[in-house]
Design a protein around this ligand. Structure first.
Ligand SMILES: [Zn+2]
Length: 114
């Protein structure tokens, strides 16, 4: 289950960037073609955050659908698998969306920074 390793790295990265402050919510953008199953990631997240500064926080996963651009005919089209083939018959297709895995935002406990 590669979601475990991926989720672990996201949790580690967020904990590091937020310098140990209590995190309430993490919002992620997961591409539909990234190979990551949101439900599995959600499950792993719950397991991993125990004992970290993210404990008790919510993981919100937003899925970006796949999109591609055909270099032969110039059209952009939706993609629901990693089979890069345009309806014009060309395989000279560039993936333009759907493989991203990035943190969109993190919400933390508010504390005065005087
Ligand atoms: Zn085409």
């Amino acid at each position: 289950m590669h979601e475990l390793a991926i989720t672990q790295s996201v949790v580690d990265m967020v904990a590091e960037r937020t310098a140990g402050r209590q995190v309430n919510l993490v919002r992620l953008d997961v591409g539909a073609l990234s190979g990551v199953v949101p439900e599995a990631m959600q499950f792993c997240y719950e397991l991993i955050i125990g004992g970290t500064s993210l404990e008790g926080s919510t993981l919100v996963i937003e899925q970006t659908s796949g999109a591609a651009h055909c270099r032969s005919c110039g059209q952009d089209f939706a993609l629901d698998s990693l089979i890069l083939l345009c309806s014009c018959g060309s395989a000279d297709v560039e993936l333009i969306a759907g493989r991203e895995l990035r943190v969109l935002s993190v919400e933390m406990e508010v504390e005065s920074c005087a």
